[in-house]
Design a protein around this ligand. Structure first.
Ligand code: ZN
Length: 333
């Protein structure tokens, strides 16, 4: 689908689709899980790092959904590799190029991607906060051929919706604060579009015009259950990841994603002393994944994948997030 390059128009999104015509979702069994659940997040006990955790750690994991495209075999994705299924996927993409579908010329309702360029400005909407000090203690979920990380376009806002049906009553200031800190660290601009009834799905479409209009679906932040999101089973308290598009000119960017939070576990966390602070940190950690950060082995970082006392983005997290806020812009998707 959507693989026309002959008309000289804006390079259309290429194969940003599964068989269902939507982006490969995070967590799909189609791609190897890049990040098995790991212990994560103890309830807040501010203290130096030496004593080992005394409480049962809450496991945590991230998922990155990467849509691989023809010609980007150099792309590196944490834990993902080119399987036989991918080869089929690539072959399928190639075959569909004989049926070009230029996004802008396909009647609304038949397109599988939105009209390109919506809200894309000529320059980044913000800049990352200055770094007091840099650190190499960060890792990206995916790096492009040129060595820069796969990221959201900084020239358009990241819209998000929240399904708070299962959230604790105090959810909104927690999300607001986590989003604010992620925005400061990256310079990326976020816009809250309000509540949604959408629940996380392993095959979430990146384009849902019936629900969200003719645009990329907003980022979904949802309190959920292991029944809805099997990967939340056990001690995993949250999941975060994004899906990307690639254009025929080589441009790649994340376009939407999901943060899923285990509602019962999250309620238990928030219901402790300093619990809301920990809740913010959990959401910030998942937003780190959403924006493109992988786990690191450094327990001083918020993106450490195991039990942690860290409550704020640390130097390594910030160094990585600053780079994720300075990705390239494009009006072609
Ligand atoms: Zn994580």
């Amino acid at each position: 689908m959507l693989a026309n390059t002959a008309d000289g128009g804006a390079p259309p999104p290429v194969a940003a689709a599964t068989s269902g015509g939507s982006m490969e979702p995070y967590g799909s069994s189609k791609w190897p899980d890049p990040d098995p659940p790991r212990p994560h997040y103890l309830p807040a006990v501010p203290r130096p790092p030496d004593p080992p955790p005394t409480r049962e750690p809450i496991k945590h994991s991230s998922i990155a959904a990467i849509v691989f495209l023809l010609g980007i075999l150099g792309l590196v994705c944490a834990g993902a590799y080119f399987s036989g299924e991918l080869q089929q996927f690539l072959s399928g993409s190639s075959a569909t190029q004989s049926q070009p579908a230029r996004p802008g010329l396909v009647p609304f309702g038949q397109r599988q991607d939105p009209l390109p360029g919506l809200e894309e400005a000529d320059a980044p909407l913000g800049t990352p906060a200055p770094l007091n000090r840099t650190s190499g203690s960060y890792k990206f979920l995916a790096v492009k051929e040129d060595g820069t990380p796969l990221a959201y376009s900084p020239c358009r806002p990241i819209h998000y919706v929240v399904n708070s049906d299962l959230a604790p009553p105090s959810w909104q200031p927690l999300v607001d604060e986590a989003i604010r800190r992620a925005s400061v660290a990256t310079g990326l601009r976020f816009i809250y579009d309000g509540p949604t009834s959408e629940v996380p799905s392993t095959n979430r479409s990146g384009y849902q015009p019936d629900r969200y209009g003719d645009r990329w679906a907003p980022v979904l932040i949802a309190w959920s259950t292991p029944e809805q999101v099997p990967r939340l089973t056990g001690q995993t308290v949250g999941l975060g990841g994004s899906s990307s598009i690639g254009l025929s000119n080589g441009y790649k960017a994340y376009v939407t994603g999901t943060v899923s939070l285990d509602a019962p576990q999250f309620a238990g966390i928030v219901d402790t002393s300093s619990g809301e602070e920990v809740g913010v940190a959990v959401i910030m950690h998942e937003l780190g994944h959403l924006l493109g950060l992988d786990h690191v082995d450094d327990p001083r970082q918020l993106m450490f994948g195991e039990a942690s006392w860290v409550r704020e983005y640390a130097a390594g997290d910030r160094t990585g997030l600053a780079q994720l806020g300075m990705g390239p812009c494009s009006k072609d998707f």
